[in-house]
Design a protein around this ligand. Structure first.
Ligand SMILES: [Zn+2]
Length: 337
């Protein structure tokens, strides 16, 4: 892994106290030849101890994590910290500013851009800096997401499968401390593969907890509360905020995606009329919804059916659907066959 990066910050990540500034990602344009993209970053350090890396806004239209991390950054008194907390509430800042999943600068999807590229576009440069500079400093990391404009999620934590037994136990303990009602164990087959933050975390041996806290580009109060309390419990458990008061975690239910059939797709364009809500328990063969033809409304709507049993953890938010849009994601209990 190269040590070269064009991203820089005047912050001294080894200094004690609370420092608020920006990462600077070079971005040269017609009207700003020496311009940079500023990415807000807060470093809170107090002496020796573990480091937590906390991120949100990797996708710009996902909000619970952005709000929870900004509040945490404001509220933490460095005197209460043992070690270091690095907080990036709006990691893909151009996407956050545009209210979009991907960056308007390079169409980069940050959580599909890892491990990144030091000489790529702004999104690839951010991913590379996180991979080669921030993540190696971390003893644990949290990356907060939601469904964005296209999906709505039952609030859940996500941990990656495939590590050593010790790594899996550590991730499960993190998820228990986070206290989301559901924890989904995933190998990235939903589309992220090896290009996600949690995948590079696994490669570097840093436990990464991800979460999907709501969706539809709005703010779920339930998801926000889970993030706020869950982050505090994780930091307390790590010994970074040893004295902070926390609520007791809600027991989490460990679930997983059974296989690709858990993802239900529209294969025709049209208006999606869902047949079930989030949290519904469905069976193979059960109607999932109808796709109404827009230009020939007299035509019989296309039926979509579930092809597996499971619980609806995620559902498409916009009515308008194109061929290839994901309509549902199902989860099953870990011990289910
Ligand atoms: Zn996301």
């Amino acid at each position: 892994m190269t040590g070269y990066t064009q991203v820089w910050t005047p912050l001294d990540l080894e200094a004690d106290g609370k420092q608020c500034d920006w990462l600077r990602v070079p971005y040269s344009t017609d009207l700003s030849g020496y311009g940079v993209v500023p990415i807000p970053v807060v470093c809170i350090r107090n002496g020796a101890g573990p480091t937590a890396l906390l991120m949100a806004g990797s996708h710009g239209d996902e909000y619970e994590g952005q709000v929870a991390l900004a509040a945490l950054a404001r509220e933490i008194d460095p005197a209460d910290v043992k070690g270091r907390i690095i907080i990036l509430p709006g990691l893909n800042a151009p996407a956050v500013e545009a209210g979009r999943r991907v960056s308007p600068l390079d169409a980069g999807n940050l959580n599909r851009s890892f491990p990144g590229d030091p000489v790529g576009g702004p999104t690839a440069m951010i991913a590379h800096y996180v991979t080669t500079v921030l993540l190696p400093m971390a003893d644990l990391a949290v990356d907060l997401h939601a469904g964005g404009r296209s999906c709505d999620y039952l609030p859940c934590a996500l941990i990656r499968s495939g590590g050593t037994e010790k790594e899996q136990r550590e991730l499960a303990d993190l998820a228990v401390a986070f206290g989301a009602p559901i924890t989904s164990i995933s190998d990235g087959s939903g589309g992220g593969g090896r290009t996600t933050f949690s995948a590079v975390g696994q490669g570097l041996g840093v436990p990464v907890l991800t979460a999907e806290l709501g969706g539809r580009a709005t703010l779920s109060r339930e998801g926000l509360a889970i993030a706020e309390q869950g982050l505090r419990r994780i930091l307390k458990r790590a010994g970074i905020l040893p004295r902070i008061e926390t609520d007791t975690a809600t027991p989490t239910r460990f679930m997983r995606v059974r296989d690709r059939g858990a993802f239900v797709y529209a294969m025709h364009k049209g208006l999606f009329e869902p047949a079930v809500d989030l949290g519904a328990v469905v069976q193979s063969g059960q109607p999932a919804g109808l796709i109404h033809c827009i230009d020939r409304p007299w035509r019989k709507p296309e039926k979509v059916v579930f092809t597996e049993d499971g619980m609806v953890a995620c559902r498409r938010a916009p009515m308008l659907a194109a061929a290839g849009d994901c309509l549902y994601k199902l989860l099953v209990d870990v011990e289910a066959g």
